[in-house]
Design a protein around this ligand. Structure first.
Ligand code: AMP
Ligand code: ZN
Length: 112
């Protein structure tokens, strides 16, 4: 996936404000934050969206879900946080490399 922006960030070809990484995921600040804390968590492996998930991704998806609350705590979000996954054009997805938005703190937007 040579023309995938998030693959390029994972590969270090494009800079990002990284806050966490491990063998399965990378987490960096959203370039256009919608709240005081707005992070994007991406799997290192390219998967376009939830629509492309298969059972081979079960491990990384579980890992992402378990890592989110740890990150939220590290960011000082003691009262909770919001997680958003946009899927497909109709779901508002712009970057077709699966990512989870982690939002919290001041200016947390409502839905809609
Ligand atoms: P989505 O609509 O779920 O596909 O969200 C894509 C998100 O990626 C948006 O919130 C953008 O602000 C964010 N984004 C786009 N380019 C970059 C970048 N180079 N570094 C960090 N975040 C980005
Ligand atoms: Zn990708």
């Amino acid at each position: 996936m040579t023309d995938c922006l998030f693959c390029k960030i994972v590969a270090g070809e494009i800079p990002a404000d990284k806050v966490y990484e491990d063998d399965q995921v990378l987490v960096f600040k959203d370039i256009n934050p919608h709240a005081e804390v707005h992070l994007l968590m991406v799997p290192r492996l390219h998967v376009a969206s939830l629509n492309e998930l298969t059972t081979q991704h079960d491990g990384v998806i579980a890992h992402m879900m378990r890592t989110l609350p740890q990150l939220a705590r590290q960011q000082g979000l003691k009262d909770g946080f919001r997680t958003i996954i946009n899927t497909g054009k109709g779901g508002g997805q712009v970057i077709f490399h699966l990512h989870m938005h982690l939002l919290g703190g001041k200016n947390l937007p409502g839905f809609g």
